[in-house]
Design a protein around this ligand. Sequence first.
Ligand SMILES: [Zn+2]
Length: 333
Amino acid sequence: MPASSSPAFLSPEPGSSSSVFLPGVWSHSGPASDLVIRSDDGVDFHVHKDIMSMVSPVFKSMLQSYEDRLDLPDSKKVLDSIIYLIYFPAYAHERQLRTSADLDGIWEVHQATRKYELTGPRRILEYLLLDPALVQAHPYRLFATARLCTIPQLDMQAAMFTLEHPVCPPLSKFPELWHLPAEAFHNIYGFHHLCSERAEKVVEQTMSWRREKRLDDGVGTNRLFVWWQLQGGGHTDGCGAIVKDYAAGGHIQREMIPAEWFRRHIEAVALSVKGTPSANAAEEAALEVSPSGAAAISRCSACHQFASMDLEDYARQLRRAVEQSNDAVWKGL
Ligand SMILES: [Zn+2]
């Protein structure tokens, strides 16, 4: 079996023969093996009764009849992985899962750790799967793995990372897909869709945020965001907020409208967040002013002085608001 098709924490040189002896101390200077574990595809693993009984109550119970060989309903690949996790936990812990190929068969290994009540190996696996860099790179695949293995923390983490990508069907075919109920994918698409809708509304509502709020020190300032300061109050060339009168219900109503460059900026942020509704993406979009917006800011002395500072505060607040909105969607599912 080529090493590239095996999970990354498999023994470094997986045996290709039908008999696997543990490398290093266990097969040479360590005690001789006294138990053979045979995979469903006919590969024998030479291990130790004491060790298998110690790490797994299920093995302990199976070995009470003092058998010398256990025929297990698991593949060579799964057994290779769990035995590696049992015998070399420190090495396994240091391994990293990076590529899509690293994830092949992981869910079956995890299910085996549950079946045999291998608590330590299961924790190592979950630690490796929860690596944010891995989840960020393969959010749909990790979501499927989380559902198949029932790992709620990974479930939520993966779902949140899907929001960093525009929603699309998982065109890349991966094996987990065939074992997952269609309902799970409806859930994840529904989650993405709801987050998009709500995040867009959140952004629209931020149009009315008037004041700079310092989140880090909790001290507010009375200065309005620069885009809410009225025309003439330090702005140049017709820049700044305006007051508009309009008739409604027989009365004249007054409405304040922020500087034009900001209105256009918010429209762009709302559109961006609709596609990728993660808190990260929202913050980035809020900080990325279009070339025409940047030109308007640089033409105005007030905006030139305050816009970038105010946008940073605005972006941090928006990040929090979108994060809360997405959390609420997740909890409501
Ligand atoms: Zn201005």
